[in-house]
Design a protein. Sequence first.
Length: 178
Amino acid sequence: MKKIVVFAASSSSTSINKKLAEHAALQLEGVELVQLDLNDFEMPIFSVDKEKELGIPTEAKKFKAYLASADGLIISFAEHNGTFSSAFKNVFDWASRMERSMWLDIPMLAMATSPGGRGGKSVLDHVVNDFPHRGGNVVASFSLPFFAKNYSEAEGILDIELRETFGKAIEQFKKNLI
């Protein structure tokens, strides 16, 4: 059975990106889902001085171990001021210190959503363009604008065109699972 690690790159307890990631995960059948919460990986703010003093935190090692155990990744990225949330950036910074291939070439469905019309497009573009340089195998991506208008807990993605685009991203992800 394929193991899919799912998380929102956000520490918010009411994260809309968590809802989107979980919705995507529920579209898969016959897989083991492992849902992570970035709040379980709190560490000191990364700096080379902290790394020299403390070494790599246990939480970063655990996060990386979850990645290494996965056959696929579903991540929905919160956008804070056009880039990653500080919670995600800190986990990323620490975990990336262990080896250059942060993402281990594991097939990834990268998504983003926001309350606004761009749907986290800036951070998602960064992921799609930059993660391949760090072992990111982004096989599909999806952006959901105007989350409150376009998503319902009961029905999922409401807009027909967006639902079709989302479905294509899910199918592309499924085809690329190791």
